[in-house]
Design a protein. Structure first.
Length: 324
């Protein structure tokens, strides 16, 4: 995984990679999140492992019984679960890459679908279609749910799986998916049931012109290795039931059927899900056109559904969002 992370094209959030004066390896180091330690200093969930005794004769880590907490003492778990569901569930969390860490932004739109830079959800200001500043760095983004998790270890143990299993995680790039797997415990990653992925790119990485043109290569947000690695991570998420993908190519060119088939091939490894929809901004070449909505089959089962949205404005808006 560390060798793969070295290939990720991290960028400054306030300027494009084509104008950045800092060496790319340095930027990767600045923006790469801290990896998970091999062993946490403190266990977050119960049961606690046997803890060494401090010099004062007490365990270095212990959990209060919370005997004076009326919420835990008087309410049965079924009632507490209803309260947890009301507070924690049904959200869309946008996962944001920031310096040395990932953060989440609780979606403020009704459906959580991709928007252009006018979206107040992402907190981006623009002038003449160009992003000039991000203002979510200095405001709360969690929607007020984190204090509940930080109350005590007993409550944290009850709610942490609920949090991952009953919300939608929205990723705005391939690198974000890889870094999420790099910074989350495997059991948390495997608790996620609903995922959305938006990837905007200037042209298909399967087109030779992308690698021959230095400027285009600098702007390009991903490559074949990263693309396949991203879907390998998603395929390994054991609890996924709902996957929605938006792919925006700019300019919104026609794509040969053969190129699209090769590009989308890794998606078949994810397997059949309750919902697996892939929206694309391009059309196929005239002589190779398919139905507006088509299905791809593997092992005689419908794996995912391709929906064509030939809307250049949507593609350009998503592209600006990805490369802000």
């Amino acid at each position: 995984m560390s060798s793969l992370l070295g290939k990720l094209p991290f960028r400054r959030s306030n300027q494009s990679s084509s104008t950045s004066s800092e060496p790319e390896p340095k930027l990767k180091q600045i923006y790469a999140p801290r990896p998970l330690p091999s062993k946490r200093k403190r266990t977050l969930t119960l049961p606690l492992p046997s803890s060494p005794v401090s010099r004062f004769g007490r365990p270095k880590q212990y959990t209060s019984s919370q005997r004076n907490c009326a919420f835990l003492r008087k309410l049965p778990y079924d009632i507490r679960r209803i309260i947890y569901d009301e507070i924690l569930c049904g959200n869309i969390f946008h996962i944001i890459r920031m310096r040395r860490r990932l953060r989440h932004l609780r979606c403020s739109t009704e459906d959580g679908e991709p928007r252009d830079l006018r979206s107040t959800c992402w907190g981006i200001l623009k002038v003449d279609e160009r992003p000039i500043r991000e203002f979510y760095n200095d405001r709360r983004t969690d929607g007020g749910i984190l204090p509940l998790l930080r109350t005590c270890r007993l409550i944290y143990t009850e709610v942490i799986t609920i949090l991952y299993a009953n919300n939608t995680f929205d990723l705005n790039g391939l690198e974000t998916a890889l870094l999420l797997s790099y910074t989350l415990l495997p059991q948390r990653l495997n608790s996620i049931t609903s995922l959305r992925l938006t990837w905007a790119f200037f042209q298909s990485f399967l087109r030779p012109a992308a690698s021959r043109n230095p400027t285009r290569k600098a702007l390009f947000p991903g490559d074949e290795v990263t693309w396949k690695a991203c879907w390998k991570v998603i395929a390994g998420m054991k609890s996924l039931r709902d996957i929605r993908v938006w792919l925006a190519m700019s300019p919104a060119l026609e794509m040969p059927k053969r190129v699209e088939r090769e590009m989308l091939a890794p998606l078949a490894d994810v397997g059949r899900k309750r919902v697996f929809k892939v929206r694309v901004s391009w059309s196929l070449r005239e002589e190779e056109e398919l139905d507006e909505v088509e299905s791809v089959r593997a092992d005689d089962e419908t794996v995912y559904e391709v929906i064509r949205q030939e809307d250049q404005d949507w593609g350009a808006g998503a592209l600006r969002l990805q490369n802000r």
